[in-house]
Structures are given as C-alpha cells and as structure tokens.
Write a protein that binds this ligand. Structure first.
Ligand code: GBH
Length: 480
C-alpha cells in the first residue's frame, strides 16, 4: 500500500547519489593488525558491563579482510557512493597529546586500497575522519576535554587528506559530535564512559575546534575534495506549542544538540542562551580568542543523520523520573546527556517505533533539511545516515524479509523529496547501514544492515530492503 506523499515513481534530481554508510570500529575488526593501537572503544567494550553481552569490535564484520567482497556487493546493488570512516589509531598509532608521531603506512595502504577498489567499481568514496574511535592514548591525557586532542586531530586530518585526497569525492570531518561529547562524557553510555558535564561541554568546544582545524587541513591537502561535517540534528517540538514552558524546553534541547554546533560552524558564534543555561556547569573559558574563526570554515556540504523525532515538555519534577529522558534504550545510564535540563522532559510518543525503541516520523527529515537549507545557504546537503534496526524475519528461502525497513526507507526518502521540492539542495542519501554491525552499546543485538551478516560464518546476504534500495538507486526514483 502506498502512503500519501510517497507515490511510486517519484523521481529524484539528476545526479542524486544513492549510497550506504558504515564506520570503522563497527565493521572492520582486525583491531591488532597493521600496527593499529587501541581506541577508546576497545577499552570501553572490554570493560565489563559497558556493552550488551560483552560484545566488542574485535572481529565485527571482518571488513578489514573482506573489503573487496563488500565493495563487490555494493557494485552488485548498484550503489553509487560509499561513506566509511578512517580509524585514527591505524594512521598514527603512536599519537600523544603533544605529538602526532609517525604515520603508519599499513594503515594508509588499507584505506588507499579500499578507495581504489571503490573507484574501480564506479563508487564514489566519502570519507569520515572521525567516527568515535579516538586513540586511547589521547583519552589518557584528557580526551576531547583536552584542547590538544583537537590540535592533533587537525594534523591527522592533513595526513589522511594528503594520502587519499586525489581520489576521494567528500571528506567529512566529524560524525555526530553530539554523541561523541554528550554520550561519551556526560551520560557515559558511549566510550570513554565519563559522566562529567563540564568535561562534556569542553568536549563540545574541542570537537568544534577539531572540525575547523580538519576542514582547513582538508582544503589545503585535498583541494579537489568537498569538505563536509555530519551532524545528528534533533527535530524537537514542544508538546503544547501554546505552553511557554514547553516552548522553552524545546529551545533548551535545540540549543544543546543543534545550535551549539551550527552556531560556531556556520556563523562563528556560540548561542548566548546556551552559554547562559550552562553557566552553572562551566564558564566556557576553554574557548580561546580566535577559536571561533577557526571553527567557522567554508563548507561545501553538511550531512544530516536523522532517525527519530522528539517532543519535549516542561518538567515540574512530579511523575516517574525514569520516564524523564525518554525511551532511547539508555535507561541504565549513570548520567544524562541533557546538561542543565532538569526541567525538560522527553515525551514518550504514541505510534510506531523501531527495535531501538525510537519513534518513527519522517516529517523530521523534511523539517531538518529545509532548516539546514535556510541556515547554510549555498551549502549542499546530504543525508549521511538514515535507517532502522529491526529483528530478522527469515523466510524459508533463508532471506530476511524486512518489510518494516522498506517502509521506513520509502517514507524517509519521500520526506527527502519533500525537502527537495521545497528547495533544499539535497545531493545524496546514504542508508545506515550497508551491513549489520557492532551497534555501540548494544553490541551485535541490533541489526541496522540492508545486508544480513551471519557473524559465525561472515556470510553476507542481502535482505529484501537491499533489493528494494537497489531498485530505487537504479531508477533514481521511489520504487512501487
Ligand atoms: C548513529 O548514531 C551513528 O552515527 C551510527 O554509528 C549508529 O550505528 C547509528 O546511528 C544507529 O544508532 O531517544 O528516541 O530520541 C545515532 C545516535 C540516535 C542518538 C537517536 C540519539 C535518540 C533517540 N542517535 N538517539 S530517542
């Protein structure tokens, strides 16, 4: 059955890129090979109680050894672009707070071979420089709460851009700095698992600074590539638009998740209300003179990762506190990512949810893309992640029949087209994810792939959604 707004055959603009996305720690495995040293995710996943079932990325999808097979799979599916991330600890395994250390050629060789394999298959590489696997040695000296981590990141970015920049279409400096800062340093559900709100806000700034330094380095060392950043912007609505308290709650979370990154990156300024709201946590003295001019670099593109909507209300302290921060499955967290938001409650929404417990509402996709088009005039947009976790429904044919995922992708792609129709310059869409993989704190218990992975045998089997997505990519339109 067709949903309104998603008529089959609706066409995407010429040149629209159909891609898939992954991240290094989630798929590569081979954590001790090629000179790689530990990242914060190795440490975190090996700490009992941090990741579901004690899962680690030690093997994951063994992509480090199977990348040629995985590229062949993308080619068979007719995908036109591939967004992957580079593991920093493979490139400069001896990095310290004060020096980048020697470049590990075997690390660069791996990614260079991947890029060549992609180009030979007609697939445009989009490289994320940071998707959360910080070298552990840098965490030992403070991690993202320490300014030197940002400085070293800029130097690392120059190395990768110099090695791959002649062949890579797009460099994405950071993936979702919101998660890296708040889930890593405030709620503690992601590596490094710290629950220190002041450190999380310092991490926000040093990630912004790292973005600016890396964007500048890519511009210099890969002048033919696009420079981009990927943000997981939130679509926050007040439960009652007529309630001043609910409207203020929405302003607060919009500031912490969206404007604290968009402000510095696009306009070179932190939002005054965020500085004021968090004044009891930090005085923001880690923002030095001149930093904001570095953070604000000209961008060719912004990537949006969008999964689910949020509705908030003013919280007066009554009711069940366990309900307060909503159903993101992170209930056991020691801290909250929502700094200085004691009076904000996330409303549990009725209606469909994914296996993560995340609500589904494609209108957030349209709203955030049109917002970005307004806030970043002249900048191209990509959807760098969108997809859903769903339990396997395996047929007699051994294939996963994931009708729910197909419906989710169809409705969100239609929402992308709605944004295009409203004038947003959306140039491509990357489904999360190509493969089932290590879903961070949830380990292998949650499957986001359009391709099924049997972790015992490493056999890859396209799900129905992969075939559906291949049809969309081939036609440049929503399939029937
Ligand atoms: C992305 O993170 C990551 O980039 C990727 O590595 C990961 O595998 C993928 O998504 C799937 O998780 O409480 O209902 O409001 C997304 C992280 C997901 C964090 C949505 C905030 C809020 C859900 N974000 N979540 S809800």
């Amino acid at each position: 059955a067709e949903t309104p707004g998603a008529p089959a055959g609706r066409a995407f603009p010429d040149g629209f890129l159909w891609g898939s996305a992954t991240a290094s720690y989630q798929i590569e495995g081979a954590v001790d090979e090629g000179g790689r040293t530990p990242s914060i995710w190795d440490t975190f996943s090996r700490t009992p109680g941090k990741v579901q079932d004690g899962d680690t990325g030690d093997v994951a999808c063994d992509h480090f050894h199977r990348f040629r097979e995985d590229v062949a799979l993308m080619k068979e599916l007719g995908l036109q672009s591939y967004r992957f991330s580079v593991a920093w600890p493979r490139i400069t395994p001896g990095v310290t707070a004060d020096a980048l250390g020697p470049v590990e050629q075997r690390g660069l060789d791996f990614y260079s071979a991947l890029v060549d394999e992609l180009l030979a298959a007609g697939i445009a590489p989009a490289v994320t420089l940071y998707h959360w696997d910080l070298p552990q040695a840098l965490e030992d000296t403070g991690g993202w709460a320490d300014r030197r981590t940002a400085e070293r990141f800029g130097e690392y970015a120059a190395v990768v851009a110099g090695a791959l920049g002649d062949r890579v279409r797009t460099f994405i400096t950071l993936n979702e700095p919101w998660c890296a800062a708040y889930l890593g340093y405030a709620s503690g559900v992601h590596a490094p698992g710290r629950t220190e709100p002041a450190a999380a806000l310092a991490a926000v700034h040093h990630l912004n600074l790292a973005h600016g330094l890396a964007a500048r380095a890519v511009r210099e060392h890969a002048p033919s590539a696009e420079v981009a950043v990927t943000l997981n912007l939130g679509w926050f609505r007040p439960e009652d638009p007529a309630s001043a308290g609910d409207v203020d709650a929405a302003r607060r979370v919009d500031g912490l998740q969206n404007r604290v990154f968009l402000g510095p990156m696009l306009r070179g300024e932190y939002p005054a209300d965020v500085l004021e709201d968090t004044a009891g946590v930090t005085d923001w003295s880690f923002v030095h003179d001149g930093d904001l001019a570095v953070v604000r670099q000209p961008l060719d593109a912004v990537g949006l990762n969008y999964y689910s909507p949020s509705v908030v209300r003013h919280w007066d302290g009554s009711g069940d506190p366990a309900e307060k921060d909503g159903a993101d499955g992170h209930g056991a967290a020691a801290g909250t990512p929502w700094i200085a938001c004691d009076d904000v409650q996330f409303v549990s929404l009725p209606g469909p949810r994914t296996e993560m417990g995340w609500s589904i509402d494609p209108r957030g996709m349209t709203a955030l893309l049109t917002r970005l088009a307004e806030e970043a005039p002249g900048v191209d947009l990509y959807v760098t992640e969108n997809g859903m976790a769903a339990p396997d429904v395996v047929g007699d044919d051994g294939v996963v029949h994931d009708d729910d995922r197909i419906a989710y992708l169809r409705d969100h792609l239609a929402a992308v087209l709605d944004a295009v129709d409203a004038g947003a310059p959306v140039r491509g869409y990357f489904v999360w994810s190509l493969l089932d993989n290590f879903e961070w704190g949830y380990g292998y218990s949650k499957r986001f792939g359009v391709v099924h992975v049997d972790y015992g045998t490493q056999v890859r089997t396209p799900k129905d959604s992969a075939r559906w997505y291949a049809r969309a990519a081939g036609a440049g339109a929503l399939p029937a």
